[in-house]
Design a protein around this ligand. Structure first.
Ligand code: LLP
Length: 427
């Protein structure tokens, strides 16, 4: 019997299915075998899914606008193999720290197509960005502007000027968790409209900086399109520039009931508003993170204990060290027993992590098919902000990343060792 993808929730990576053995299959690889071979917890990436979403994004923009770049907001999944894959797909890259800049360069991005962000860039990070020759530095404050001008005077030679954008906080907030909303007026990010006018005026005379345009990013996991349109309308009042970076933020489906806007609908909304408000001749930069990588990845765990208390607690070998999102944002995930995804599920239980906190619950009230010790549990949609928020709480080594494609699996980030845990301890 072969069961196709239609029986799995649409949040799983493209091409996922239940295989002939009745087990979850990702990128052509049997999830239970992956767990045996690479251990758990493990991030399993369906490489073709990531490529397909990157292509959809690129194609959607290319069909509507001539002069553009799609930037991978690399905070979503900053490992070398992901940088490399998205560079191969022709994307540019957004980095928000010296570390992300280092990784993006290592992953093969042309420095001229790396765009440097951050609300609290250090002098050394600014120096690194200028020396590397990044495409744009996105200025976030007047203090930064003054420091950047000074460092540029010292670092740039031969009359070279650094292209910069100004990050504008348009006073538009999308409907999302407050911790990941950034476009509201009182934000730690960017310039409000009036402050942006001041920054624009100051940059007019800056000898080493060349203001080419504006940037905004109003928030993340946004499921409505109107806030993106409103943000474009708002920044249109700040004058006419050759470049506009409209940020990222399009939400994805975490659960089978979620139906976020399609990439093409989002792009259509943004591009049509840009054309109407700013003109069709602009250089347009879009900066998705989550949309490109979230659904490509499934985390596999192994059940350690099943405890029947008032509730049933199914505890696995990972948790808030590999997926902080349920704890930080109350994010809801799905889960299934990878050994038998189609078996009938029991009454809801709580899928708990192994960490020493009661809040370390990966999924509350999830129906699983009679989980027992040793079963492999899969939680989908962990490709964005899973690996990047990972930590060593309780001395748990961070999980490896495995790329799967057409039945072949390869390690792209190895599991941390106990020695790694002590590698920086010098005293
Ligand atoms: N551009 C800028 C300047 C950003 O700050 C971000 C995300 C993005 C683009 C990409 O946003 P995306 O397309 O991924 O929504 N850790 C949180 C998300 C924080 C997002 C921070 N900035 C989470 O796990 O939901």
């Amino acid at each position: 019997m072969s069961v196709t993808a239609a029986t799995l929730s649409h949040v799983y990576p493209l091409g996922s299915r239940v295989n002939e053995r009745g087990r979850l299959e990702i990128g052509g690889c049997d999830a239970v075998e992956l767990a045996r071979e690479f251990g758990t917890p493990v991030y399993v990436v369906a490489e073709d899914d990531m490529r397909a979403r990157a292509r959809s994004f690129m194609d959607a923009v290319a069909a509507r606008h001539a002069d553009f770049d799609v930037l991978f907001a690399s905070k979503a999944f900053p490992c070398t193999a992901v940088y490399r894959l998205l560079a191969e797909e022709g994307l540019a890259c957004d980095v928000a720290s010296g570390g992300e800049l280092f990784l993006a360069l290592r992953g093969g991005f042309d420095p001229a197509r790396i765009y440097f962000h951050g609300n609290a860039k250090s002098d050394s990070e600014i120096r690194e960005a200028l020396t590397a020759g990044v495409g744009h530095i996105v200025i976030d404050s007047l203090d930064e502007l003054a420091r950047l001008e000074g460092i540029a005077a010292a670092v740039l030679d031969g009359g070279r000027r650094q292209e910069v954008l100004i990050r504008v906080t348009p006073g538009v907030a999308g409907n999302t968790h407050h911790a990941i909303s950034t476009g509201q007026t009182d934000s730690k990010f960017g310039f409000g409209i009036d402050a942006a006018r001041e920054a624009i005026a100051r940059l007019r005379d800056a000898p080493h900086l060349d203001l080419v345009g504006l940037h905004f990013h109003i928030g993340s996991q946004l499921l409505e399109l109107e806030p993106f349109r409103a943000a474009v309308r708002t920044i249109a009042s700040l004058g006419d520039f050759p470049v506009y970076n409209v940020g990222g933020g399009l939400g994805v489906a975490y659960g089978s009931a979620d139906q976020p806007p399609a990439i093409a609908d989002y792009v259509e909304a943004v591009v049509s508003t840009v054309h109407a408000e700013l003109g069709a001749d602009k250089r347009l930069l879009l900066e998705p993170g989550r949309t490109l990588v979230a659904n490509s990845t499934v985390t596999l765990y192994t059940v350690q204990t099943v405890k029947r208390n008032v509730s049933t607690w199914v505890a696995v070998d990972g948790g808030m060290s590999d997926n902080l999102r349920p704890m930080l944002y109350g994010s809801k995930y799905e889960a299934l027993v990878a050994d038998r995804p189609l078996a009938p599920a029991n009454d809801p239980c709580h899928l708990a992590g192994k960490h020493c906190e009661s809040g370390d619950v990966i999924v509350r009230d999830v129906s699983l098919a009679d989980p027992v010790t040793g079963d492999v549990i899969a939680t989908p949609v962990t490709g964005a902000y899973g690996y990047s928020l990972a930590n060593n709480y309780n001395g748990v080594p961070r999980a490896p990343v495995i790329f799967c494609r057409e039945g072949e699996a390869r390690v792209v980030v190895r599991r941390e060792s106990y020695e790694d845990l002590a590698a920086r301890d010098v005293g």
